[in-house]
Write a new protein. Structure first.
Length: 328
């Protein structure tokens, strides 16, 4: 007869309660904490434990004092913003101070021709977001944004959110993004919202790089693939990015909330871009990636072109379409 193996002591022990979590859930459920004693009675916890938990929740901005002396809960996202934002700002202000000191030291010890600290690499979502947020806070004149169409659109939007905080503060904002943003529901809603707040937006078939230029003096380029960014302070490189932006801006089509999807000039420009890429013998996947659209959408455009041109192959359709668009 075999003897059952007993579980080790403590294997089924109940985890210790978290007074702060329980108190916050209680506050969220009731809408307020009228008194510590009442909350302690409902939670079955000692009054001093609840008092300490309440103090900690106030420090974390999860609870705030009401006019009548009670405590009311705050949304977690709002609390996180109140706690984290000053820390992020202080961190990046210290980074800027360290960079200025480093530049000063290099300026003393190097030859005058040296360009110290002209290009800095920043890694990680929090680091990039903080860098852009700090640069936007001191932007006073003009802000331009290159927003490519990529699979990581949501992440790019999140990183660029801080840029749009300057809208309404007298700072001119111009945005260039791909045509596909007109057809995607979420992207279109976002563009409509930005335009309503004063941003000027234009679209074209392809935006080659994600970048922001602040006051024509500081640029940040994004590489979403490896979650890194470059802070560019070399004025020659900043002028190059501005020249690239202006060239794309001049050839782009103004966005209007009244426009619907791909139509007129937008459809012509998009088909021309697809034709050029098809003529190079690129696969559907590569064409879609270059234009920042899904493979399914890209194939739908290609199928329509094949039918309209009565072509027997993708390559033939690309050559015929490219020739037609060039002559048009």
């Amino acid at each position: 007869m075999s003897t059952a193996t007993l579980p080790p002591p403590g294997a089924f022990s109940v985890p210790e309660p978290d007074p702060e979590a329980e108190l916050y859930r209680y506050a969220a459920r009731c809408g307020r904490i009228s008194s510590v004693d009442t909350a302690a009675a409902h939670l079955g916890l000692p009054a001093d434990t609840v008092q300490a938990a309440a103090a900690r929740l106030v420090e974390l901005h999860l609870l705030r004092a009401a006019a009548d002396g009670g405590l009311v809960p705050r949304e977690p996202s709002a609390a996180a913003e109140l706690v984290v934002t000053p820390l992020e700002r202080a961190m990046y202000e210290r980074r800027e101070m360290a960079d200025r000191l480093r530049e000063r030291i290099d300026g003393i010890t190097r030859a005058p021709a040296g360009a110290a600290g002209a290009l800095d690499r920043v890694e990680g979502v929090a680091e990039i977001r903080g860098l852009i947020k700090l640069a936007a806070e001191v932007c006073r004149d003009e802000l331009v944004v290159l927003h490519p169409g990529e699979a990581a659109d949501e992440l790019v939007d999140e990183l660029l959110d801080a840029c749009y905080s300057v809208l309404g503060d007298g700072v001119g904002v111009r945005v260039v993004c791909p045509h596909r943003s007109r057809a995607d529901y979420a992207s279109r809603a976002r563009l409509t919202q930005l335009a309503g707040r004063g941003a000027r937006i234009r679209t074209l078939s392809r935006v080659p790089q994600a970048a922001v230029v602040f006051d024509r003096s500081l640029a940040v380029t994004l590489d979403v693939a490896d979650l890194s960014a470059r802070r560019v302070r070399d004025q020659g490189m900043v002028r190059f990015l501005l020249g690239l932006f202006d060239q794309l801006w001049d050839g782009a089509t103004p966005f209007s909330a009244e426009d619907q999807g791909y139509s007129g000039e937008i459809a012509h420009d998009l088909q021309q871009a697809i034709a050029r890429l098809m003529a190079q013998g690129l696969t559907d996947e590569v064409v879609a990636r270059r234009l920042g659209m899904s493979v399914r959408t890209c194939r739908r455009h290609i199928a329509a072109m094949l039918q309209n041109l009565d072509a027997v192959s993708r390559f033939q359709a690309g050559v015929q379409a490219a020739s037609r668009f060039t002559l048009a």
